[in-house]
Write a protein that binds this ligand. Structure first.
Ligand SMILES: Cc1cc2nc3c(=O)[nH]c(=O)nc-3n(C[C@H](O)[C@H](O)[C@H](O)COP(=O)(O)OP(=O)(O)OC[C@H]3O[C@@H](n4cnc5c(N)ncnc54)[C@H](O)[C@@H]3O)c2cc1C
Length: 381
């Protein structure tokens, strides 16, 4: 067993680390303050091939693999978490189209996503169906050479920016409910979106509701087979969850680094606060948990790269990394004392940004359910 990155993975890490620290981190507070979509950052990621890391070169991607993607995403999220989520959704939507799409769909949509010409979105959640994703009620009824979509989605990342959204809708209610996935283009008549959500964190990311009012989607935009949509959604989320774990780690690492340098400078009782054991233990606990989170994340990504089942490993990584990362951000605010509570310092933003990682793409409670079901032999591998 080797605990080393390949030369290529190492190079990607160095390149993205430098980009995230020099270009993204200095603007992250302004992006958060103004709730500004970090368009220029996403363009930079596209130029460097970081929006198509899970897509082969034959389709315009950089085919770097899941481990390299985890490394890059952690670096980006550490610089600017709102940029990180944009990168994650672009890669996730592109990978789903690559894995489940027809040749024609790949040719049509992948170059747009990979080049950052258009953003992608993944629309599963509805007002009455969050954790219970199978409970969605948006319907798609066949009519001639189209499906007619009716219903609404909530909290969709990139919802009003995406050129194409992967939308899950019910195509059969009886005798057995079946869900299908559709590639819905933003120009399609009948789609509308709500105003951007006023969020606690990730304030630069675009989160909106989407409504489909007799929205006609051509049959050629069905992704995969009819009735295969739920499986596509779950498979896509498996990979997505490794990405969320990476985001958590990147954000938490940034918080720990800020706390360490503050602890060295801030003096109380005549000494740097870094000399107090209470502070040292907070730093040590955060670093230890982050190490464990990182190893779990790399394991899930490695299993994905090597074609092994990784559903449980992805959930283990996500639940642990998001919760450990939250604790690390919380401790970082504590280490900063009153200054940690102020907007001038980055740690309160890290704490706000990281909170959602234990909520989206399946809450911590749902991850525990996935893990337990797998161990109890009730899950699907
Ligand atoms: C910023 C942001 C971006 C998002 N982006 C997207 C996106 O791009 N696409 C998309 O489709 N969705 C997106 N979501 C939605 C997100 O995936 C859901 O919010 C999440 O899955 C939880 O669903 P819910 O909010 O309806 O909570 P609920 O499902 O109502 O859960 C409420 C609480 O009940 C708990 N709970 C529910 N069921 C169980 C159970 N069986 N056992 C134990 N506890 C349970 C939950 O864990 C939670 O604590 C986003 C959300 C946010 C906040």
């Amino acid at each position: 067993m080797r605990f080393e990155l390949t030369g290529e993975q190492d190079q990607i890490r160095e390149m993205v680390r430098s980009l995230a620290r020099k270009e993204f981190a200095p603007k992250a507070a302004e992006i958060d303050e103004k709730s500004r979509y970090p368009e220029e950052n996403l363009k930079r990621l596209a130029e460097l091939g970081l929006l198509g890391m899970l897509i082969p070169e034959s389709h315009g991607g950089s085919d770097a693999g899941a481990v390299a993607y985890a490394i890059a995403l952690a670096e980006v999220a550490g610089g600017c978490a709102s940029t990180g989520v944009g990168m994650a959704v672009a890669n996730m939507a592109g990978e789903a189209i690559y894995r489940f799409g027809s040749e024609e769909q790949k040719r049509r949509f992948l170059p747009l996503l990979v080049s950052g010409t258009e953003a992608g979105a993944f629309a599963l959640t509805e007002p009455s169906a969050g954790s219970d994703a199978f409970g969605i009620s948006t319907v798609a009824v066949p009519d001639g050479d189209t499906y007619v979509l009716k219903g609404s989605k909530s909290f969709i990342t990139n919802g009003s920016r995406a050129g194409v959204a992967i939308v899950m809708a019910v195509t059969q209610k009886e005798p057995k409910k079946r869900i299908s996935a559709f590639l819905v283009e933003s120009e399609t008549r009948g789609i509308s979106h709500g105003k951007p959500e006023n969020k606690m964190g990730l304030r630069g990311s675009n989160t909106v509701s989407l409504s489909f009012d007799d929205c006609r989607v051509p049959k050629r935009n069905l992704l995969g087979e009819e009735g295969e949509g739920f499986r596509i959604a779950m498979k896509t989320l498996d990979g997505g969850r490794v990405g969320i774990a990476s985001q958590s780690i990147g954000i938490a690492r940034a918080a720990i680094e800020a706390a360490i340098s503050y602890a060295r400078e801030r003096r109380q009782f005549g000494n740097p606060i870094a000399d107090f054991q209470a502070i040292q233990w907070m730093i040590a606990d955060s670093a230890t948990e982050l190490d464990a989170a990182w190893l779990l994340t790399l394991r899930a990504a490695y299993r994905k790269d090597t074609g092994n089942p990784f559903t449980r490993e992805a959930s283990v990584a996500k639940v642990f990394a998001s919760e450990a990362g939250y604790r690390a951000c919380h401790r970082a605010v504590q280490i900063f004392g009153g200054y940690g509570y102020m907007r001038e310092y980055p740690v309160e933003r890290h704490l706000r940004d990281i909170k959602v990682t234990s909520i989206y793409e399946g809450t911590s409670e749902i991850q525990r359910t996935v893990i337990a079901r797998d161990l109890l032999g009730q899950g699907h591998r």
